[in-house]
Every structure is written in structure tokens, then in C-alpha cells.
Design a binder for this molecule. Structure first.
Ligand code: PLP
Length: 387
């Protein structure tokens, strides 16, 4: 346990135990958390959750202790769904589900429900996550890799003329934001087939064209809440053509029939998501968040570009992610030094993913602009001292 006032102690993950002062001279015990996920959550959400763990909605019972079929949780899940629909403008043509198994289970569930041995699905391969999705899809049918980002080291997402669609694919699968390489589609890719999107690391960070998709899924732990719940938005008519004879927990239709309560749902994670949805509405919705996220990312990319070549961005400028800013110093030793010194300056989670190396600043919805400014200042100082 971390006790304010205890001796300074840092771990590789950046856990810090010590008394600190903020600019107002008040003690605080938080650092700027650039983690790719689980990631920073809005302070208002965490404060509310602290209260509700003890006693939610004045029921005399904490949120983790309520029956998932009782009145209190009914209200939590009903409001969460309604708020999610409002934020993302999701029509009644779509079901909204709160599932378990992480985004990774969706890599299997999507083909299990919508692919068959005699059909082909198109996959736009843009990194580690689509690699895993492709591997799972091959268990259920044929896969056409309609775009392969491997030869260009996954530095960009495909333009329309780089996509080689197959004839009448069962669906087209893409990952809208590639957390590891730091690339993001500037807009929804066009496809004549039903479109499936892994939006895990950018969901609700900008307006989303739900009506262009048959299925959108996102693990919660970046922009939506704690790990443990996966948001699934699925078009009902697409669902009508789904495969039958599936184990019930892997059958989307069964989850829709039971309103995400086919079994005990991840109640606390759904509750947290509900609080995050309310926070998004309070912030002014997706347009306001998109504007804020653009400005935060601009601080980071401007710093990289004005470093005289000391920092190099990993992603091609036309594919840069507003959520995960990936970059490198001139060499691996300096990358390591950068991470250590950043941590000593209360900035944690800047190590690139193990498969990509380098540095990565994840600046999701709840990450404050002040953190981007602090990192930019640190980057300038570091470049000056080591350039
Ligand atoms: C884009 C993307 N898809 C899928 C996953 C896997 O998510 P989970 O750990 O919830 O299965 C991640 C995790 O970081 C991700 O970034």
C-alpha cells in the first residue's frame, strides 16, 4: 500500500510512494500516467467510485456488493446503455452489449459468429492486434489479408487504393487505432462488405460513424474504464445472419436476448463505464473531446518535429494517432535514459510496447493537457542535454 509521506519508492511501472506538493502547495500523490492501458481515468470518476464502493445510490450497499439483477444495478446498466447511445448517436438498429473476455475474445467471437469454412473475410493488417485477429479468424474460415502493413513496418494505415478486397467477403475487419505503432485511420475506411472495427484504443475519443459499421468493439481499459468489460455495438440485421449452434457465451444473439446479463456481468466495470459516459457528456461530448485530443496530440507531434531530428516519430504523418504518440531518440540507450529520467520527473508509462520498442506517450481522453505540456518541456530539456 502506498502511504503519503512514506519514503520515495519507484518501480518499473512508475508506482510512487511519497508526499508531494502540487502547484497550490497541497499534498498530492499522483503522477502523469502515459500508460497505454489500463490507463488514466477522469478524477471525477475515481472520486465518485471511491464513495460508491462504500454506499452507492444511498442504498447502504457498495456497488460491488449489489445483485446484478437488483434495482440498483438495473439503473446502472440502463443508464450506461442510454448514455452510450446518446454520446455515439447509436440508433435502435444496433444493440449495445457489455461483455467479458477483453477485446481479444472479440477476435474469435466475430469470426465464430460471422465467418464459415466456405466464406472469406477481408482483414486490413496494421499491427500486432490485427495479427492476432487474423490468426483467430483462420480457425473459422478463409482470410484475405486485403492490406499488409508489415513490409512498411506498420508505419501507416491503408489508403483506399492500397486495399485489395476479395469477392463478396463475409465482412471487412480493421483496427481503427493501432496502440502499439501509433497509427490511426483519419476516417472510416470504405468497404462494400459489413465493416467490423476494433476501436479499443480510440473509442469515444472523436465522433464515430456507427452507421457505417456492422460491429464495433472496444476493451474498456483505455478510454472507457477499468479492464474487465468490452463494449460491443452490433447491427441487429447483421446479427440475423449469424452462425447458429454456438456455445451460448460466445453467441452475440444470446447476449442481446438477455441484455448483457446472460451470466453475472462485470458489474463494477460496467458501473465505471457508466460514470465515464456521464463524464464525457459533461465535457461536451465527442466533438469537444476530439478538439481537446487534437490539441494535446499537436503539442506532442510539434515537439517531435521541432527537435531538429533528435526525436523521430514512428508513424507516417498522415496516419498519426491522436491517442498513442510513438517516437524514438537517436538510440536505445537514450530511450532507456529518457524513460528513467521521465519517471524521476513524475511521468510514467513512456516505454514503447515490447514488440515495437522506442517510446510511447498514450494520451487518452482522461489524460490532461498539462501532462502533454510537461512531457513536451521535458523532451526539449532532454534533447538539449543529450543532443
Ligand atoms: C487495439 C487493441 N485491440 C485489442 C487489444 C487487446 O485487448 P484485451 O487485453 O482487452 O484483450 C488491445 C490491448 O491493448 C488493443 O490495444
Amino acid at each position: 500500500m502506498c502511504i503519503v509521506g512514506a519514503a520515495v519508492k519507484r518501480t518499473a511501472e512508475g508506482a510512487v510512494c511519497r508526499a508531494r506538493m502540487n502547484r497550490m502547495g497541497q499534498p498530492h500523490d499522483r503522477v502523469f500516467n502515459f500508460s497505454a492501458g489500463p490507463a488514466v481515468l477522469p478524477e471525477a470518476v475515481l472520486r465518485q467510485a471511491q464513495h460508491d464502493i462504500w454506499n452507492v445510490q444511498d442504498s447502504g450497499i457498495g456497488i460491488c456488493e449489489h445483485s446484478h439483477r437488483g434495482q440498483v444495478f438495473n439503473r446502472v446498466i440502463t443508464e450506461a446503455e442510454a448514455d452510450c447511445r446518446k454520446i455515439a448517436d447509436i440508433s435502435d438498429d444496433y444493440a449495445v452489449l457489455f461483455l467479458q473476455g477483453g477485446a481479444s475474445l472479440q477476435f474469435a467471437m466475430a469470426p465464430m459468429n460471422f465467418l464459415r469454412k466456405d466464406r472469406t473475410a477481408d482483414y486490413l493488417h496494421t499491427g500486432e492486434w490485427t495479427k492476432k485477429a487474423i490468426a483467430d479468424a483462420k480457425l473459422f474460415g478463409n482470410v484475405n489479408v486485403a492490406f499488409d502493413g508489415g513490409p512498411s513496418s506498420f508505419d501507416h494505415v491503408p489508403a483506399a487504393d492500397e486495399i485489395s478486397a476479395s469477392d463478396a467477403p463475409a465482412y471487412t475487419f480493421y483496427c481503427s487505432n493501432n496502440t502499439i505503432y501509433g497509427t490511426q485511420y483519419p476516417s472510416t475506411p470504405s468497404s462494400s462488405a459489413p465493416l467490423i472495427c476494433d476501436a479499443s484504443s480510440e473509442i469515444l475519443s472523436r465522433p464515430i460513424e456507427v452507421s457505417k459499421h456492422a460491429l464495433i468493439f472496444a476493451g474498456a481499459q483505455k478510454n472507457l474504464g477499468p479492464a474487465g468489460c468490452t463494449l460491443v455495438i452490433i447491427r441487429k440485421d447483421f446479427l440475423n445472419g449469424a452462425n447458429t449452434g454456438l456455445p451460448q457465451m460466445l453467441d452475440y444473439r444470446k447476449h442481446v436476448e438477455k441484455g448483457s446479463r446472460l451470466n453475472t456481468p462485470p458489474a463494477f466495470a460496467i458501473y465505471m463505464m457508466g460514470l465515464v459516459f456521464k463524464w464525457i457528456l459533461d465535457q461536451g461530448g465527442l466533438a469537444a473531446l476530439a478538439d481537446r485530443n487534437q490539441k494535446k496530440a499537436a503539442i506532442m507531434y510539434d515537439t517531435i518535429e521541432s527537435s531538429g531530428g533528435f526525436y523521430k516519430g514512428v508513424a507516417r504523418p498522415d496516419s498519426r494517432s491522436l491517442m498513442n504518440v510513438t517516437f524514438r531518440t537517436p538510440n536505445d540507450d537514450l530511450d532507456k535514459k529518457f524513460i528513467e529520467e521521465a519517471l524521476a520527473n513524475d511521468m510514467s508509462g513512456l516505454k514503447g510496447h515490447r514488440s515495437a520498442g522506442g517510446l510511447r506517450a498514450s494520451i487518452y481522453n482522461a489524460f490532461p493537457k498539462a501532462g502533454c505540456e510537461a512531457l513536451a518541456q521535458f523532451m526539449k530539456d532532454f534533447a538539449q542535454r543529450n543532443g
